[in-house]
Design a protein around this ligand. Structure first.
Ligand SMILES: O=C(O)CCC(=O)C(=O)O
Length: 299
């Protein structure tokens, strides 16, 4: 049996525990990420051809690159964006990234050897000046049931192009992950929960550009947001969450799966087909109703 895998150094683990986030540079190689980019490019290409055929687009925008094409398409039709955004996509290359041993080794350093891939992974083609993909201040715990507030749910945030200040990388509040869950607002007609300014911790936020191949780690209690995308690029990223498999995930609408286990190796999901089956056949439970809905005018 192999020994305990520690992909992160003691200093990195200390830093993560102190600040509530950690940038891990060059954690992945182009070979780890390019298959997923190709998978997305194919969906974008097929979608563009179909929409063009149906007269919904005035071009297929074939000459645009991975970092601009979906923005051009979505300006005329939301259909392709909707196929890819959030947890809708269940393709094989996405599965291979979720269970990439380099990511699971990082996760193992922080959550231990029994690793659940949390149900709420997200694909985010963040478009220029686009409210649907502009995520305000929150802690991921705000979206989960309170029974997992004390469980470390590790987010690994993975850009598929360089994430920059211009194209809307993330901003985090350091050291605030030890202060529990802040008040979040749930406002009708708004897409995301947010921590109102008067409930935000005082510490100075830090904006964190992340290069292609690097990843950003943070906890479910780390306040973070994504800043506006003022570029003409699509800031593609995937965020995936890992936790101790014996603890509650606090999230029933979608299905997670066992990604690594020494205690129950027979239950580990090892094929893209099994992953897709789990996602497709899941009977969604109710979403957490943690915050009473507020009416807010002009806020
Ligand atoms: O990628 C983004 O823009 C937002 C990510 C985020 O809020 C998260 O991963 O919890």
């Amino acid at each position: 049996m192999r020994g305990v895998m520690k992909a992160l150094t003691h200093t990195q683990i200390h830093d993560f525990n102190e600040k509530g986030y950690l940038l891990v540079e060059d954690a992945l190689s182009p070979d780890d990420l390019n298959p997923l980019i190709a998978e997305f490019e194919e969906i974008v290409d097929t979608g563009a051809s179909e929409l063009y055929g149906e007269g919904e687009l005035d071009s297929t925008f074939k000459t645009e690159g991975f970092d601009t094409r979906l923005a051009k398409i979505t300006a005329q039709s939301p259909v392709v964006f909707q196929k890819l955004f959030s947890g809708a996509h269940t393709g094989p290359a996405l599965f291979e990234l979720l269970v990439n041993p380099k990511l699971l080794d990082i996760a193992e350093s922080l959550v231990g050897p029994e690793i659940m891939c949390h149900p709420a992974y997200r694909v985010r083609p963040k478009l220029p000046e686009h409210a649907r993909t502009l995520v305000p201040w929150h802690q991921d715990a705000g979206y989960m049931e309170p029974d997992c507030d004390s469980v470390l749910q590790l987010t690994i945030w993975i850009p598929l192009i360089d994430a920059t200040i211009e194209n809307g990388c993330l901003e985090v509040i350091p050291h605030a992950h030890r202060e529990g869950v802040f008040r979040h607002r749930s406002v009708k007609a708004r897409l995301y929960l947010d921590i109102p300014l008067d409930a935000l911790p005082e510490a100075e936020p830090v904006i964190i550009p992340v290069k292609f191949g690097s990843v950003l780690l943070f906890t479910n209690l780390t306040p973070h947001r994504s800043i506006p995308n003022t570029s003409n690029q699509v800031r593609w990223s995937v965020d995936t969450r890992y936790q101790d498999a014996s603890k509650p995930t606090g999230y029933q609408p979608e299905a997670g799966f066992l990604a690594r286990s020494r205690l129950h190796p027979e239950d580990v999901i090892t094929t893209p087909e099994a992953f897709k089956h789990i996602r497709d056949t899941h009977q969604p439970g109710p979403g957490p109703q943690r915050w009473a809905e507020e009416e807010i005018h002009n806020a």
